[in-house]
Write a protein of this length. Structure first.
Length: 266
């Protein structure tokens, strides 16, 4: 990994608490040694979070000594304190928490930078570090996020829309006769069953929306930019897009490590 991250050594635990999944990654000498995904619970005690962290460290082959550092991104405020307490217990230093006051190395044109979600910020940092500028990062999760960096490396802002699974769940819950569906690439745009029609509507609808939004974003940017995509279901959504995209499933975790490297005391 190039840049600031390459100059910092030791084991670092990064934790990304999302609305649906909580992802943990262990970086060893700047390289992602392994990652693990857990279902995000509605509530969590510090002891439960610490147990999860220690179990994941063991699964990832970490030695008995504590990681040199840790960093937390959380978009679920009710769980943040539990994870801060847990990471303080399992690492050698107090964990960094992504938020206002953290050095990012990114110029921002956002009206209020404090409003930018920690996961969005991590995506922007990793996308610019890895792919240069300009660049567009797309993250498929509970929300579908599009982040935009211009040719000078400035974060211009982005787009936040309901995510693929949120749309599918809302469709089945709002209409009594529509079933829950498995999300995967449909065989046909014209569905030949109710489930097939729903799958086409949700998946192909998301693809059409993304293609349209990307066209609009690049038109407003005034240039064509490389697109990097990460998040849930990216493996079957990306090939359906008309735009060329680079799939990068570790983008957010790498962004968190870069943020840690830029802010931790060496």
């Amino acid at each position: 990994m190039a840049g600031d991250g390459a100059r910092v050594f030791g084991d670092v635990l990064v934790v990304d608490v999302g609305n649906t999944e909580t992802c943990l990654g262990l970086f060893r000498n700047g390289t992602l040694a392994g990652r693990f995904a857990l279902t995000t619970p509605e509530r969590l005690t510090p002891d439960e979070a610490q147990l999860s962290a220690r179990q994941v460290l063991a699964v990832l082959g970490h030695a008995a000594d504590a990681p040199h550092g840790a960093i937390l991104s959380s978009v679920v405020p009710i769980l943040t304190d539990a994870w801060v307490t847990a990471l303080r217990s399992v690492s050698e230093t107090c964990p960094l928490v992504v938020g206002p006051g953290l050095k990012t190395g990114i110029r921002m044109r956002y009206d209020d930078p404090a409003e930018v979600g920690s996961d969005r910020l991590a995506d922007v940092v990793a996308a610019r570090e890895t792919y240069g500028a300009p660049v567009i990062a797309v993250d498929l999760g509970t929300t579908t996020n599009i982040e935009v960096v211009d040719g000078e490396g400035t974060f211009l802002g982005g787009v936040i829309a309901p995510g693929l699974r949120l749309g599918a769940r809302a469709l089945s819950q709002a209409a009594a006769r529509l079933p829950a569906i498995e999300l995967r690439a449909p065989e046909h745009v014209i569905g030949r069953s109710t489930r097939g029609a729903m799958r086409s509507g949700v998946v192909c609808g998301e693809v059409a929306r993304l293609d349209g939004l990307l066209d609009m974003v690049m038109s407003e940017m005034g240039c064509v930019a490389p697109i990097v995509m990460t998040g849930d279901d990216v493996q079957f959504v990306a090939p359906l897009l008309s735009h060329p995209v680079q799939v990068d499933t570790t983008l957010t975790l790498r962004g968190l490590y870069l943020l840690w490297a830029r802010n931790a005391r060496s």
